[in-house]
Design a protein around this ligand. Structure first.
Ligand code: FES
Ligand code: FES
Length: 154
């Protein structure tokens, strides 16, 4: 199997085809920004983009991503290697408390803003409806995704 993660191709033994993508990212590639919250597809902490679409990496087997492109929070960046604008927006809007849900929130928000630079607040709420945050109450997270939209124009 061949999987591209953050632009780098990785060859994986077929014997591991039923391993979860989440484990591979965290344990083999040491990309621990993707979080393991519930491990059963409920919380959204493990969301990565697969071919540009937000997916729960705890529920994806490696064989399901063979030949596909995976983007994790570590693969996001702004111009000249700076922090990505959506990450900066989360900081500026005070949208991070414990932080555990935030990589999944940011990847979900990033996928939305790539498709729709100026979503309504309802569209943002709908996009993150399956990402659980136990700390923030969601308002600042919606604020951050809304504020980052203009950085996706060009
Ligand atoms: S860890 Fe994957 S959805 Fe919770
Ligand atoms: S910031 Fe703590 S779970 Fe969201």
């Amino acid at each position: 199997m061949i999987i591209t993660v953050n632009g780098i191709q990785h060859t994986i033994d077929d014997a591991r085809q039923n391993d979860a993508l989440l484990e591979y990212l965290r344990e083999d590639l040491n990309l621990t920004g993707t979080k393991d919250g519930c491990h059963v597809g409920v919380c959204g902490a493990c969301v990565v983009l697969i071919d540009g679409k937000p997916m729960r990496s705890c529920c994806r087997k490696l064989k399901q991503v063979d030949g596909h492109e995976v983007l994790t929070i570590e693969g996001l960046h702004g111009k000249d290697g700076q922090i990505a604008p959506i990450q900066q927006a989360f900081i500026d809007k005070g949208a991070v408390q414990c932080g555990y849900c935030i990589p999944g929130m940011i990847m979900t928000g990033h996928a939305l803003l790539m498709q729709n630079h100026h979503p309504t607040r309802d569209e943002i709420r709908k996009a993150i409806a399956n990402n659980i945050c136990r700390c923030t109450g969601y308002v600042q997270i919606v604020d951050a995704i809304e504020a980052a939209g203009s950085d996706y124009e060009t």
